[in-house]
Design a protein around this ligand. Sequence first.
Ligand SMILES: C[C@H](O)[C@H](O)[C@H]1CNc2nc(N)[nH]c(=O)c2N1
Ligand SMILES: N[C@@H](Cc1ccccc1)C(=O)O
Ligand SMILES: [Fe+2]
Length: 263
Amino acid sequence: MTKESTYTANLPDADGVYHYTAEEDQIWSELYRRQMTLLADRACREYLDGVKTLGLKPDKVPQLRDVNRRLNETTGFGVEGVPALIPPSRFYELLSQGKFPLATFIRRREHIDYIEEPDIFHEVFGHCPLLTNQSYANFVRRFGEKAVSLGKGYSWHLFRIFWFTVEFGLIDTPQGRRCFGAGIVSSPSETGAAMEGKECEFRPFDLMTVLRTPYRIDIVQPIYYVIKSFAQLESIIEEDIGARINEAKTLGDFPPAFEAKAS
Ligand SMILES: C[C@H](O)[C@H](O)[C@H]1CNc2nc(N)[nH]c(=O)c2N1
Ligand SMILES: N[C@@H](Cc1ccccc1)C(=O)O
Ligand SMILES: [Fe+2]
């Protein structure tokens, strides 16, 4: 959890079962129903197909082992329970092993529309449906491998690629612009903001532009990047990312599109 976080880790019992209260199941259920309605014509087809493939249910917070089994059966991906945000090196190591880190606590009602750190609704409802898609799963794993091989000095720039695609990406489809980023689909506020597009900017995905764009994790995004296809996502990995990051460092960051965080 972040320094200011008011959440505590939810650890499994001796049998590997995670426990949630009735109020916590209720939070899951309300969010699940609301988002499925909102996303029906706003999320991309691959995401919506993934919800079905995963077999997510509205009634209660899913168990990590069930999610793990379904992912294993479809793309061979797995999930690993973590308390909250983890160090970048561990995060990338897990991805490179084809394991997606899942924070296992769930948000309280006061944060139902938007929470400043990943909780299990974000992790499972946001990320896991697309991890049943082979090309997306390949991208995530190969991104992890790339990050592990490049090492620490590249970590923050690398995460910008992840941030503006896996977390907050949009995609142009024949039916119009749809969202696929986990941070958009897991937050009712962010879905509204990104799909209405009133106080934000949309830019076509361009690797160098993305590498030079600072972001904040704790606000509704002022800038979203739009990809043309999941094939474009996979093609990023073919580039010499280390060299492109060096170039981005030389060119420097764009001025932030947000106020600096008060400290
Ligand atoms: C830059 C860094 O890799 C990034 O912020 C990581 C850090 N740790 C994380 N830990 C979890 N659980 N989830 C995340 O998305 C991240 N993001
Ligand atoms: N804001 C997201 C959670 C999130 C936090 C930080 C990074 C990414 C996602 C939500 O409300 O669902
Ligand atoms: Fe995430």
